[in-house]
Design a protein around this ligand. Structure first.
Ligand SMILES: O=C([O-])C(=O)C[C@H](O)[C@@H](O)C(=O)[O-]
Ligand SMILES: [Mg+2]
Length: 445
């Protein structure tokens, strides 16, 4: 534990040049409560790691960012935090160069599938971009506060005053295996009736008008039945199903045939651009992805083969808010739809998502967000969904304020952890309920 504590680091101010110069960077890894949500890999851990990044400028302005907090991200964030003082928060392009210089040797990263993020194959570039995204958001937040401008204005200005979000439905257990974690009153959702009840509660409480079900958990017939039950309960509402690449091409095509009339899009039915292209060829149901197109390099093949019709952007994946805008422009150019992906996150990331979403003209679909599942936060005022949307904030920066007591408490939880929760591992969490559980081979069905 001792060595890990060094992540809570403060870098001394260096060389005053002007108010925009970064004087100090603080990295605070935290563990946040997460409910027992099921996916094809297993179940969410009772607590999941996030990293909170604070960039303080020479005039004492502090900007905040948030990203993944697993060890492999912390290992890249630490040298970047050390190198950033002396650079300006305006030098966002320089952030990428700096990260390339200090964030380690790409060869050190295995190309295994990223279990926690379910984002396809893990590479050094992807890890580095996810780290940069948190720093970029923190720099933009600081700059916006200094200039008295909201982040969306720094990105060129909002084109909408509210951003629509979709209800993110999960099959789930009533409680974590072995009674760990924080209890909640959602109960289990393991069949169509449970899924509909969960959707009803989301709709009543937050006004969400569209629904996404995380699939790949049960055999496809059961998930088809759940989507049909949703269609009956909410006639005409946009529905999505996302098994995270768990199905074969044949299974994907069968599900597409059966649900063709009710799905807005089918998300990552099969894994990899090749399989997605085969599915796409055989169905008119639009295919969406946050797995086979997650970097600029992956776009060309996927678009050329018409493997996907919708890309789910995610500023953590793509290296920040400005890269998300670039992705949006590419999608617009090629007539590919744009939606927004989410992983377990807190209010800083939701604010960042909302700012960039407000600036993208071709945001064609309501964005995903896990936020309603998160009961803890590090900001003083939680975001409130009204009519399924968030109002775009016009306050300077992101428009959120860090709750330092909450941050301290969640960091303490990270310090107190014996290491088991510091790296998200849904399969390991599932083994607490089923000791024989192994990450299923793909395709699972
Ligand atoms: O749309 C997606 O693929 C996700 O949101 C990936 C996530 O990791 C989700 O499956 C989860 O949190 O279990
Ligand atoms: Mg997905």
């Amino acid at each position: 534990m001792g060595e890990r504590n060094s992540y809570m680091q403060t870098v001394d101010p260096v060389g005053p040049s002007d108010a925009f110069t970064v004087a100090e960077v603080r990295l605070t890894p935290i563990l946040i409560a997460d409910p027992p949500l099921l996916n094809t890999q297993g179940v969410h851990q009772p607590y999941t790691p996030r990293l909170i990044i604070e960039v303080v400028t020479a005039d004492g302005t502090s900007g905040v960012g948030e990203t993944y907090g697993d060890t492999r991200y912390l290992d890249l964030a630490a040298p970047l935090a050390e190198a950033l003082p002396g650079h300006r928060v305006t030098d966002l392009n320089g952030l990428f160069t700096l990260a390339e210089q200090v964030c380690g040797d790409p060869a050190d990263v295995s190309d295994s599938v990223d279990v926690g993020g379910l984002r396809g194959v893990q590479t050094a570039d992807k890890l580095r971009l996810s780290v940069i995204s948190g720093f970029e958001v923190a720099c933009l937040d600081a700059l916006g506060k200094q200039l008295g401008l909201p982040v969306h204005a720094l990105l060129g200005g909002k084109v909408r005053d509210a951003v629509d979000y979709s209800a993110y439905l999960f099959y789930r257990l009533a409680e974590h295996p072995q009674g760990q974690g924080e209890p909640d009153d959602w109960g289990a959702a393991l069949d169509p009736a449970g899924v509909v009840a969960q959707a009803r509660r989301f709709a009543d409480r937050y006004g969400f008008g569209s629904f996404k079900l995380k699939g790949g958990v049960f055999p496809p017939e059961q998930e088809i039945a759940a989507v049909r039950a949703l269609a009956d309960a909410f006639p005409g509402r946009p529905l999505r199903l996302d098994p995270n690449g768990a199905w074969s091409v044949e299974t994907s095509l069968r599900v597409a045939r059966e649900l063709g009339g009710v799905l807005e899009y089918l998300e990552d039915p099969a894994s990899g651009t090749g399989r997605m292209a085969q599915v796409s060829e055989g169905t008119a149901v639009p295919l969406a992805t946050n797995m086979c197109v997650t970097t600029f390099q992956e776009i060309k093949e996927a678009f050329a083969r018409d493997a996907v019709q919708v890309v789910l952007s995610d500023h953590h994946y793509w290296g920040g808010l400005r890269n998300t805008q670039q992705l949006a422009a590419i999608c617009r150019t090629f007539g590919v739809g744009l939606s927004m992906h989410s992983n377990t996150h807190l209010g800083i990331s939701l604010a960042a998502m909302t700012h960039v979403a407000a600036t993208v003209p071709n945001l064609d679909f309501a964005c995903d967000s896990h936020y309603p599942w998160q009961t803890e936060d590090v900001i003083t005022e939680r975001h409130v969904f009204t009519g399924g949307a968030l109002t775009v904030c016009d306050l300077p920066g992101l428009g959120v304020e860090l709750d330092r007591d909450a941050l301290k408490a969640l960091h303490q939880r990270w310090l107190d952890d014996d290491g088991t929760m510091r790296d998200r591992d849904d399969a390991a969490a599932m083994r607490k309920a089923d000791p024989d559980w192994r990450t299923p081979a793909v395709p699972r069905w």
